[in-house]
Design a binder for this molecule. Structure first.
Ligand code: ATP
Length: 160
């Protein structure tokens, strides 16, 4: 259930954001969002996205984690009002060892591997991950994961 995952992450990052004087908002889904996947790996994926959101915002950092769903997909969105990613690099950031100049110049010791691991975890779940620029400045990373295709009795839904 992505709601349980979001709740767990929100507890951790609510604290981290407070320590760094940043604002953090969590928008949970209104009902459970069940996907077929590995909890530990998806937890790691969210840690990568949340760490980046904190790392690439300054003191007035505003970070939001939201989880929603549509008919087929669970949707995780992490947005921030930080330095942003250049338009031409929006796809490249998922490549191993890629770091933007702004990030390279910062003394935060990143390796450029985080988002490639996030993409790998997403791919393993049959999902998609993308980066967008916020109009107001900052970044949105969106992950879409296919919902579980089974009923409570274990039958695939398309066999109903
Ligand atoms: P690490 O591997 O330690 O996470 P990293 O943050 O450099 O290091 P990635 O997470 O792969 O590596 O991110 C790749 C690059 O994408 C970053 O160097 C940075 O330029 C850019 N980036 C990622 N997330 C954000 C964000 N939320 N805001 C702005 N730039 C970002």
């Amino acid at each position: 259930d992505l709601r349980k995952l979001g709740d767990d992450i929100a507890i951790i990052y609510g604290e981290f954001a407070m320590i760094q004087n940043k604002r953090f908002r969590y928008v949970p889904p209104s009902e459970e969002v069940v996907i077929e996947g590995n909890y530990e790996n998806l937890h790691q994926l969210l840690i990568i996205l949340m760490d980046n959101a904190l790392k690439y915002t300054k003191d007035e950092g505003d970070i939001e984690l939201s989880i929603t769903s549509n008919k087929d997909k669970g949707i995780i969105r992490v947005s921030d009002n930080g330095v942003g990613i250049k338009e031409e690099n929006l796809n490249k950031v998922f490549t191993r060892f890629f770091r933007e100049d702004k990030a390279r110049n910062r003394n935060n010791g990143g390796t450029g591997l985080g988002l490639s691991i996030a993409k790998w975890i997403t791919d393993c779940h049959g999902g998609t991950i993308s980066a967008q620029r916020r109009k107001e400045g900052g970044t949105i990373i969106e992950v879409q994961l296919p919902k579980e295709n089974r009923n409570r009795n274990g039958k695939p839904k398309d066999m109903e």
